[in-house]
Design a protein around this ligand. Structure first.
Ligand code: DP6
Length: 332
């Protein structure tokens, strides 16, 4: 170990995918069925401190100040096991993790959580790995975490083994002033999480068609982002989200994440674009909340329209975020 203090903190942002990751070719290594692309969310992050200890006999974990339950603890221990193999150590770790976004909003935290955990663990050990290796390591904890290591607009190339499946910046955070206006429809915990969902993706007759056509959408969305062509961007992002949800709905057993309010919001977003010329489009992950991606100038109008749909809708907003980084040690 080359860090005498054995302790470090890191911060990583959450991300929202424009071309989705759904289904794995290798579940253990989280080698995805297709390449994906996302933007980091500046205002949603996880900060994590890792301390490698010579006295601990098992890894311990707190989330937002409270001891973690069995399921998150088991998943973090599994990831620490992979990191121990890479760092060539048998030390155990104490991990403290804090999200700046409220728990139970249904906003995914595994991407920011496993990116921050990976970087903090490596830094606490005193190792210095290249960004692509950190991304590949974060992927072992949660696929989308690979995309929370690099900054800005990020592409995760599927690759065909552990080393070649990592994410890289495609465009910097200041390239395009986009805002994710998140309409929170439900704060309930999702019944079927992403990891279980990835395992059933291949049971849908539509998954093959989605995966085969994903490379074309990825190419098109990159062209649209490069040219800051919102109309083209919107078409592809909505199509990609709809395709992933079509796969989810036709899997065995079927997964329905959309709620009536989600559909009302999707419809309203389309109308904002067509009738009011607001530059906005929607995308949904494995939950009912609707991410409304828009130009910064249109964000106040989009948020106001969403609030008017129903008093049940809460709003969170974020611009494009940077990459994971080591931060000064945070207090307990
Ligand atoms: C729908 O990365 O959460 O958000 O690898 O099992 O942790 P695990 O899955 P996860 O899957 C993300 C699925 C998605 C789409 C996406 O972010 O690309």
């Amino acid at each position: 170990m080359s860090n005498p203090d054995n302790i470090a903190s890191a911060r990583a942002h959450s991300n929202i995918a424009f071309i989705k990751y759904w289904g794995n070719r290798d579940h253990k290594l989280r080698l995805p069925a297709n390449s994906s692309l996302s933007m980091n969310l500046a205002d949603l992050h996880t900060r994590t401190t890792v301390e490698w200890s010579h006295t601990l006999r098992a890894d311990s974990l707190t989330i937002n100040g409270a001891p973690a339950g069995d399921i998150p603890l088991a998943r973090v221990r599994g990831h620490l096991e992979a990191l121990r193999r890479r760092l060539n150590t048998d030390l155990h770790a104490h991990v403290e993790s804090r999200n700046n976004f409220p728990v139970g909003t249904g906003i995914a935290s595994s991407a920011s959580a496993f990116a921050a955990l990976t970087l903090a663990a490596v830094a606490a050990y005193g190792a210095k790995f290249e960004e692509r290796e950190l991304s590949a390591l974060a992927r072992l904890g949660s696929g989308s975490a690979a995309r929370s290591i690099p900054a800005g607009f990020v592409e995760w190339r599927a690759g065909d083994n552990h080393e070649s499946s990592y994410a890289e910046t495609f465009a910097h955070s200041n390239h395009w002033d986009l805002i994710d206006v998140i309409a929170i429809v439900s704060r309930r915990h999702k019944r079927v999480g992403s990891s279980a969902g990835h395992r059933t993706a291949d049971t849908s007759a539509l998954q093959r068609a989605r995966v085969e056509s994903a490379a074309g959408r990825l190419r098109d969305v990159k062209t649209a982002i490069e040219a800051r062509d919102f109309e083209r961007f919107a078409r592809i992002v909505e199509e990609d989200s709809n395709l992933m949800h079509a796969v989810m709905m036709t899997s065995k057993p079927p997964l329905f994440y959309w709620q009536p309010l989600s559909l009302a919001i999707m419809d309203s977003v389309r109308r904002m674009r067509e009738q009011e010329t607001l530059q906005v489009c929607y995308t949904l992950d494995a939950g009912p909340n609707v991410h409304c991606i828009c130009l910064a100038a249109d964000a106040p109008a989009v948020a106001a329209r969403l609030r008017a749909i129903s008093p049940e809708i809460d709003i969170m907003q974020s611009g494009v975020g940077g990459g994971a980084r080591v931060i000064p040690l945070m207090g307990a």
